[in-house]
Design a binder for this molecule. Structure first.
Ligand SMILES: [Zn+2]
Length: 402
């Protein structure tokens, strides 16, 4: 069996993205690549909407005090981009390497009551990290990345329920892409912040949530972050590789304490919420790379940059082909008409190489019957179908996001 191609090759073949010397570690997304990116973005937004997450957007450039407070300035500085404003040579600015600290400014913009919790703030945030230029490689190692991030501010008693929802979202998401998932719970390390009692409660909440959902997991004792235990989600692709993609990281102290996030409880007293840092698949860049390599570029139809390629047999069939093209375009299908001087078999071959999900061929017979003859990249020759029926069936396939 032919090995699946590297995502960088697929990026070139399918005209998805490129890397240029002027921007180390940051992709230029071409039109076809943006189709994939936007479809993924749509799915993220639809899902977050469905589970009552509220989308926010926080600045890319902020003052260092934000990351001084969060501790990144001390522990993560080598990975951050920052500069002095050339106008006054005084003002310092940081390009955010993560979204977490800034989400607290949205939380803190109002007095929060226990009735506001859980407050789920999602953000499709563009981040920059100063990775060594020698380590950069395609979409898997980048300096500029886009995260499917969210922060859930909740009462400790709500953690279990929130974790269940997050696991449900993750499970739904991976299943949709045919990826197998596995879960790891990382528990209290030797050096930790906060109270041991809180840690026990937090770890129990994570385990209970998984147990009640009947999801298997392994425990990595002592490998949690110093501010809370976490669930790591791994996905296995068709090539047998394991990727750590999603996380649900509990934060008992870091954000709440450093940024003084509070809510007013039933007795009118100020309390600290717990925060869950959540990512379903991590970053768009990395996930798209994995998906491309997993499918060898044959993405699910709803994501495919080219959903249908039309190939007319001879010049007599151009008019009918153009009519089909217009009809499909108006039906919201991403369609390509291959009308050039190459032979039919060459045009079919090129559409296949470009990862067109369907190829329809039209000649005399199809014009007479108002049909199309269909080839599918996986199923091969599917046969001939009335045009309207074919349009309906792929519209359904797209809507179902199969
Ligand atoms: Zn976070």
């Amino acid at each position: 069996m032919e090995k699946n191609k590297d995502h960088r090759d697929l990026g070139r073949i399918m005209d998805l993205f490129s890397f240029q010397e002027i921007a180390p570690g940051a992709p230029f997304w071409h039109a076809n690549g943006m189709i994939i990116f936007k479809e993924l973005e749509k799915l993220v937004r639809e899902t977050d909407d469905r589970y009552d997450y509220q989308e926010i957007s926080t600045p890319i450039m902020v003052k260092p005090e934000v990351f001084k407070k969060s501790g990144h300035w001390k522990h993560f500085l080598d990975n951050m981009f920052y500069f002095t404003n050339p106008r006054d040579k005084k003002e310092e600015l940081v390009i955010k390497p993560m979204n977490c600290p800034e989400s607290t400014y949205v939380y803190n913009s109002q007095v929060r009551s226990y009735r506001d919790l859980p407050l789920r703030l999602s953000e499709i945030g563009r981040l920059h990290r100063n990775e060594l230029s020698g380590t950069l490689g395609g979409l898997l190692r980048v300096r500029q990345m886009t995260m499917d991030d969210a922060h859930v501010y909740c009462h400790p008693n709500q953690v279990e329920g929130e974790i269940k929802t997050i696991i449900k979202i993750i499970d739904e998401f991976y299943t949709r892409f045919g990826l197998k998932s596995s879960y790891v719970i990382a528990t209290r390390p030797e050096k930790f912040l906060g109270e041991k009692e809180d840690w026990d409660k937090a770890e129990a909440a994570l385990k209970n949530a998984m147990d009640e959902m009947g999801i298997k997991y392994t425990i990595e004792e002592g490998s949690g972050a110093f501010y809370g235990p976490k669930i790591e989600v791994h996905a296995q692709d068709s090539q047998g590789r394991d990727w750590q993609l999603g996380t649900a990281q509990l934060d008992l102290v870091m954000l709440p304490k450093q940024f003084k996030t509070t809510y007013v409880d039933e007795d009118g007293k100020k309390q600290m919420p717990w925060v869950i840092h959540r990512a379903i698949f991590g970053t768009f860049e990395r996930f798209i790379a994995i998906l491309l390599e997993d499918t060898n570029g044959h993405l699910p139809l709803w994501m495919a940059p080219v959903q249908v390629s039309i190939v007319n047999v001879g010049t007599d069939h151009v008019k009918y082909a153009a009519k089909i093209y217009e009809k499909m375009r108006k039906s919201g299908i991403r369609v390509n008409l291959r009308d050039d001087n190459l032979t039919v078999s060459k045009r079919i071959r090129e559409a296949e190489i470009g990862r067109s999900a369907y190829i329809v061929v039209v000649g005399d017979k199809e014009i007479g019957d108002k049909t199309v003859t269909i080839r599918h990249h996986k199923k091969g020759d599917v046969g001939t179908q009335p045009l309207n029926e074919f349009i309906k069936s792929i519209q359904k396939e797209i809507d179902d996001k199969e």
